[in-house]
Design a protein around this ligand. Structure first.
Ligand SMILES: *Cc1c(COP(=O)(O)O)cnc(C)c1O
Length: 361
């Protein structure tokens, strides 16, 4: 038996399963399993990457100042309270590492993003799962779950994979009532899809215990380059900057993200297209007897009568070359999460689900 063993908790981590991208023997597949932007990155971000190629022999800046300033300008934030990471995944993981360890508890919700549990275990802490109310974050349940061991609370708002969200007043109530040692992390991976929602940025500015994370992987269409950022009280930013890799973001990633965040017209176009086809798809599926909660993100969670119907529908969709996401690992075995693609993809998936339902009768 080897004596080389990892820290406690690490072998309790189940490997993260990413949305699949191919089906054996089927060509012309449509990938609707990872909440990617069907239109890709902004043309100006693409151009920035082409230009960055010429300087790839140079190390990137360590302070991310260009990108932080661009984000601060576009979102009207304080650049000193921004830190950038290799996807928001890295920031979630760094915060877990910094603020939780053996004996500490990290709270996440029943259908919360899979990474919260992984980050807690990787830090040696204990993940605590809190129930939701009809697939919506339940502030009172979270407060009731907090003990003197709790150090972090992770909430995605809107949440993945449910697509639901809670209002700022509820978030504020949570931030105010949490025990003093608890840091509330608001994961805003889908915040840009919600018109008029700041992801909790203003709460960050007025409190010591709130952090907001954001990503370039969803509406900005840059998942392949791995860029995220967080907005946090200065002491938290100081902690993150001490433990992150000094060159964590590549020069190509920084250049792409800066161009992408400045192309606000492109983001607005993507937001509107998403809202339009999300409403269309939800209605089309409801018409076929497949309900979903009102989604605020770029996917919908389609509900079936039970696990076996969801599984059968998933298989039927695969045969049609449509890849959606099974969410059994999120305690939602009766549902499928479907990313809002472009018009043609939405029509294809609605048609296929209609055929599947008709075939059952
Ligand atoms: C996609 C997603 C992220 C983003 O991860 P990146 O590492 O930035 O690509 C974070 N949180 C949630 C809830 C997500 O769905």
């Amino acid at each position: 038996m080897t004596k080389i063993t990892p820290q406690p908790g690490i072998m309790d981590i189940a490997l993260y399963v990413a949305g699949s991208s191919h089906i054996d023997g089927v060509s012309n597949v449509v990938k609707l399993s990872s909440n990617e932007n069907p239109f890709g990155p902004s043309p100006t971000a693409q151009e920035a990457v082409r230009r960055a190629v010429l300087d790839l022999h140079r190390y990137p800046p360590t302070d991310h100042a260009g990108l932080r300033n661009a984000i601060a300008e576009v979102y009207d934030l304080d650049a000193e309270r921004i830190a950038c990471g290799v996807g928001s995944d890295e920031l979630l993981s760094l915060m877990s590492q910094a603020y939780a360890g053996p004996g500490d508890e990290v709270v996440h919700t029943e259908h919360g993003f899979a990474l919260y549990r992984i980050c807690a275990l990787a830090a040696g802490a204990t993940p605590i799962e809190v129930s939701e109310h009809e697939r919506v974050t339940d502030v009172d349940a979270i407060l009731a779950a907090c003990t003197e061991k709790t150090r972090l609370v992770f909430i995605a708002n809107p949440n993945n994979p449910t697509g639901t969200m809670i209002g700022l007043a509820e978030i504020e109530r949570l931030a105010d009532k949490l025990p003093p040692r608890v840091l509330l992390v608001l994961d805003g991976a889908y915040a840009e899809f919600v018109e008029g929602y700041d992801g909790g940025a203003r709460l960050v500015e007025t409190r010591e215990n709130v952090v907001m994370t954001r990503t370039f992987s969803k509406i900005y269409g840059l998942g392949g380059l791995r860029i995220g950022w967080c907005y946090a009280p200065k002491p938290v930013i100081d902690v993150i900057n001490r433990i992150r890799g000094p060159f964590n973001l590549s020069s190509a990633a920084l250049a792409a993200a800066e161009a992408a965040v400045r192309d606000t017209a492109y983001v607005e176009k993507c937001r509107l297209e998403n809202a339009r086809w999300r409403a269309w798809l939800a209605e089309a599926l409801a018409g076929h007897g497949v309900p979903s909660d009102t989604s605020m993100a770029n996917f919908i969670l389609a509900r079936f009568s039970d696990e076996s119907e969801a599984e059968a529908c998933n298989q039927y969709l695969q045969k049609q070359g449509l890849i959606v996401r099974q969410v059994g690992s999120y305690n939602l075995p009766y549902a499928l999460r479907i990313t809002i693609g472009d018009e043609a993809s939405c029509r294809r998936v609605a048609h296929a689900i209609g055929q599947f339902k008709a075939g059952e009768r």
